[in-house]
Design a binder for this molecule. Structure first.
Ligand code: SF4
Length: 381
């Protein structure tokens, strides 16, 4: 298990390698989208004593190939045919070659312009989003069926400019997929919907409800000022409370971006807070600065550190964990869902998980696994 001192040493080592925290630049959100969010400028520098490694050469484990080949090309053609956006493109996800090469993608509905401006995110931002396209739910369902996707992940931009912040349209997308093929698994990565909005989405019956806490409590200032620690935990709690009253569905998921100045103890506390809010699937991945307009990263965490964090998460009761440098909320989403489904056929809260050994956890930094919960599950009120 990683200790705080070890992480401190890792940060010191990255500082010793030399980069200075040159400039901290504001940028935009992935809102509900990818696993993302970083720490704000001066706060970020102060958090770790000040150096950024964002412009240094990427370590070997983060080098990826460009998306190419026939399968990836057909994904692109299908998206164009149906006029759909993906977070893979809009957030410049490093896993596009792998995911599109396997004919999967994460769809981003309600346009490609987000009304929030998180500082780690590459999605375009403006005060108002695009006009909603009433044909989008059907086009989305058609594309998913044509691509043969069995576990569809749908996210959206934040739509603070709409009265229901887009919840009804998002729900219509879920219903359109269900109507086309009820056997397709549906995972939504949603904005921080309020009470009254979140029910619209949950009533449509997603299998997984994801909302990202993004980072530790101290570094939440990297998110748009309208987002935040308490709001995100409340949103997750609303979803898990709903699940407790509806047969354990949906499973609740969240993600943490690492490498922006957080300490191990802060990551552990974030895991605890997510468990208390009823989260049962956790993703942890390395923040990668999408462009020079986003905040710099502080350190590259090695794969072994992700394996250690994964082990800690399992010991804290997360039934499914994806922890690796390139992990994003939607990365390996189908297998993460399959794992928790196998572990908890009735409800996430009442799962009887199988133990995973530290050796097994360390053997695969991207594997999902089950573990004995150490925190009490959320009970139906
Ligand atoms: S990890 Fe998610 S966002 Fe990234 S390419 Fe794969 S499906 Fe797209």
């Amino acid at each position: 298990m990683m200790k705080d001192e070890d992480a401190g040493a890792a940060v010191s080592a990255s500082l010793a390698r030399g980069a200075t925290l040159a400039s901290v630049v504001a940028a935009g959100p992935v809102g509900g989208a990818a696993l993302a969010n970083a720490a704000g400028g001066a706060a970020l520098a102060g958090a770790v004593g000040g150096a950024a490694v964002g412009d240094q050469r990427k370590p070997e484990w983060l080098k990826v190939r460009l998306a190419s080949g026939q399968v990836a090309a057909s994904v692109g053609a299908t998206l164009r045919k149906h006029g759909l956006n993906t977070v893979c493109d809009e957030a410049r996800c490093p896993n596009k070659a792998e995911c599109w090469g396997q004919a999967t993608a994460t769809f981003m509905v309600m346009g490609a312009v987000c009304t929030r401006g998180c500082r780690f995110c590459a999605v375009a931002t403006a005060k108002e989003g695009e006009t909603l396209d009433p044909s989008e739910p059907d086009e989305l369902a058609s594309a998913i069926v044509e691509l043969g996707i069995r576990h569809a992940v749908i996210t959206s931009v934040d739509r603070d400019d709409l009265p229901d912040r887009g919840a009804a349209h998002f729900a219509a997308c879920i219903r359109a997929i269900r109507a086309r093929d009820p056997s397709i698994g549906i995972e939504v990565l949603a904005p921080d919907y309020h009470e009254g909005e979140i029910e619209l989405l949950l009533e449509a019956g997603p299998d997984v409800f994801a909302h990202n806490i993004e980072t530790v409590e101290r570094l939440q200032s990297v998110r748009d000022a309208r987002a935040g620690w308490q709001k995100s935990l409340h949103c997750l709690d609303l979803a898990s409370s709903w699940a407790a009253k509806h047969g354990g569905k949906p499973f609740v998921k969240s993600s943490i971006l690492l490498g922006i100045g957080e300490s191990p103890s802060e990551v552990h506390s974030t895991m605890d807070a997510l468990r208390v809010a009823g989260t049962s699937i956790l993703v942890m991945g390395q923040y990668l600065r999408p462009t020079a307009r986003q905040i710099p990263l502080v350190e590259y965490l090695p794969p072994a550190t992700f394996a250690e964090y994964g082990e800690v998460a399992r010991s804290k009761g997360f039934a499914s964990v994806v922890s690796s440098p390139l992990a994003r909320t939607s990365y390996h989403a189908r297998s993460a869902f399959a794992d928790i489904g196998a572990a908890a056929p009735a409800t996430a809260a009442t799962a009887t998980p199988t133990a995973v050994t530290p050796a097994a956890a360390a053997a695969s930094t991207t594997a999902t696994a089950t573990a004995t919960p150490s925190l009490p599950p959320k009970a139906a009120p």
